[in-house]
Design a protein around this ligand. Structure first.
Ligand code: NAP
Length: 305
């Protein structure tokens, strides 16, 4: 048995360009891992760079990107999507040397081509998208830990991305650049538009402006949302579907359609699309007869004005 100790790899020195919701949570987790060391942070102003450093509890806020990036081997760009290419061009135009550095941005929809100015200067480039929703609240760090991470970029960028995923404790998957828009749209449906569906659904409540619902709606409806997500986790969309369509309850569907016509006709088309998908999911379970299924589909044909 050898007594020689294996030398620990030195931590990857990284800097953050942009430290709002994503940069702060990512910075907090990575800077507490033995594999990474946070150096510089740059936001829209010196004051916000310093505030970010205080929130993260590591690293130092700067007013110039060149000083923030310094000697870091890894630069994480966590600015709004529309700013990424502009930030990359500004960094590429600086007198920093980009050979042997890796630059990753955290957009789900954009790919490494946003960083082409830096790639031309010799940087390894890619994107790393943790699939999670961060609101700037206390729970962001907890939610980001264990989130799956989608990677895209050159070989070194993907390798560095995998190390970040390991530090976050989530699974890593590589996604082709041309698949990113569809992937991100899917994430928007599952998270952002779910929020919008909840908002539209709550607007249908009677006396929504009344005190009782205004005060209690979160408490009243979140158990339903939570159970729905748990059922989805267990049985996928077909297994999780309940409600009148899954039972072939045409009487209730008719009541809903009549009510929507009067109360919120502008939601008619959206409801029709969702209800038709519910019929298809119900069909997959094999619980409804072909006659019931075609009856439901007939009811969901666009109504004549
Ligand atoms: N939030 C999420 O749930 C989430 C999830 C997955 C991926 N992402 C991705 O993460 C990225 C950042 O999103 P976010 O939600 O964290 O945005 P955010 O909360 O609005 O934060 C943006 C940060 O970028 C800084 N910034 C803006 N322009 C800059 C510039 N030219 N130079 C340096 N810093 C600049 C801002 O500085 P100031 O503080 O001075 O304004 C702020 O710190 C986006 O690509 C987004 O798609 C976000």
């Amino acid at each position: 048995m050898t007594t020689e100790k294996r030398k620990k790899p030195s931590p990857t020195r990284f800097s953050l360009v942009g430290a709002g919701r994503m940069g702060t949570a990512l910075g907090r987790i990575l800077s507490r891992s033995s594999r990474f060391r946070l150096e510089g942070i740059i936001c829209g102003s010196l004051a916000s760079s310093r505030r970010a450093a205080a929130r993260i509890g590591r690293g130092r806020g700067f007013s110039a990107a060149t000083a923030a990036v310094g000697e870091s081997n890894l630069v994480l760009i966590c600015v709004p999507d529309r700013q990424i290419a502009q930030v990359a061009r500004a960094l590429a135009a600086s007198d920093l040397c980009w050979k042997n550095r890796t630059v990753l941005h955290t957009s789900g929809a954009q790919d490494r081509s946003e960083l082409s100015a830096l790639a031309r200067k010799g940087a390894h480039t890619g994107s790393i998208h943790p699939l999670q929703t961060l609101t700037g609240g206390q729970s962001d760090v907890r939610n980001l830990r264990g989130a799956p991470v989608f990677l895209e970029g050159d070989a070194r960028a993907v390798r560095v991305g995998r190390e970040i995923a390991r530090a976050l404790g989530g699974r890593a998957a590589v996604i082709p650049a041309e698949g990113k828009t569809a992937y991100h749209l899917c994430a928007c449906f599952l998270s952002n538009y779910l929020v919008c569906l909840v908002s539209l659904g709550l607007d249908l409540l009677p006396n929504r402006s009344g005190r009782r619902f205004a005060r209690d709606w979160t408490g009243l409806f979140t158990p339903l949302l939570r159970a729905t997500v748990a059922n989805l986790e267990k049985g996928g969309p077909a297994g999780a579907l309940t409600g009148p369509i899954s039972r072939g309850d045409s009487l209730t569907l008719k009541k809903h359609l009549d009510h929507l016509d009067k109360a919120a006709p502008e939601l008619g088309e959206l409801h029709r699309l969702l209800a038709l998908r519910a019929v298809s999911l119900a069909e997959k379970t094999g619980r409804l007869t072909p006659r019931t299924l075609s009856g439901l589909r007939r009811m969901l044909r666009p109504r004549k004005k």
